[in-house]
Design a protein around this ligand. Structure first.
Ligand SMILES: [Fe+2]
Ligand SMILES: [Fe+2]
Length: 198
């Protein structure tokens, strides 16, 4: 099952067939659908907000490429690619797929596009001084058509108002949600929060 693509999405879906096949092998069915849905939403936002549509599609497509990997495999990738986690990152397993994904795209898929790589790297935490592409991927992950959580309708409305407004809403949502669950908030997220929410 795949989302129904429209416009440029039809073209890019065909163009990146090789990556789609890799995702199909690496991901669960649900995550595979999610990845294509985020690609579709990232493309829509890129066209709306004047970002490179093809890069946004590709970043969306690949952003969770390591999410269904066993944590031990992710650790193995870090070793292989010489990535050293800091003490916070070591404890934040949810973050590993973003770090591993960025490295995988670069080292295994040999996709040498630093903008896409950093969008994937920061799609979970956000960070201070985000690029347009980074914001679009971060938000598309909240508003793709497969997403279903309390507040998703508000987020979908926010993302059509403006990127800045949606970033504020998404960061407030994340910080409140993590705090309510008693989970630590990553310093990159706090820095983004301080910069954007104020
Ligand atoms: Fe993710
Ligand atoms: Fe995702």
């Amino acid at each position: 099952m795949e989302p129904i693509f429209i416009g440029k999405g039809i073209e890019y879906r065909k163009e990146f067939e090789n990556y789609v096949q890799i995702l199909k092998e690496r991901l669960t069915e649900k995550r595979f659908y999610h990845s294509l849905a985020v690609a579709k939403e990232a493309l829509r936002l890129a066209e709306k907000y004047g970002c490179d549509a093809k890069k946004a599609f590709l970043a969306g497509l690949l952003h969770d490429i390591c999410k269904d990997d066993d944590p031990n495999l992710q650790l193995q990738l870090f070793g292989e690619f010489g990535i050293i986690l800091d003490t916070v990152e070591k404890k934040a397993r949810k973050l590993w797929h973003a770090i591993a994904g960025a490295a995988y795209i670069k080292e295994k898929l040999l996709l040498n596009d630093e903008e896409i790589i950093s969008a994937v790297r920061y799609h979970t935490t956000a960070r201070k001084g985000m690029s347009l592409l980074e914001k679009i991927l971060y938000l598309a992950d909240f508003t793709s058509e497969d997403r279903d959580y309390d507040g998703v309708d508000d987020m979908r409305r926010a993302v059509d108002v403006s990127l800045e407004h949606a970033m504020r809403e998404a960061l407030i949502f994340t910080v409140v949600d993590l705090t309510e669950k008693g989970m630590p908030v990553h310093s990159d997220t706090m820095e983004a929060y301080r910069e954007i929410v104020k």
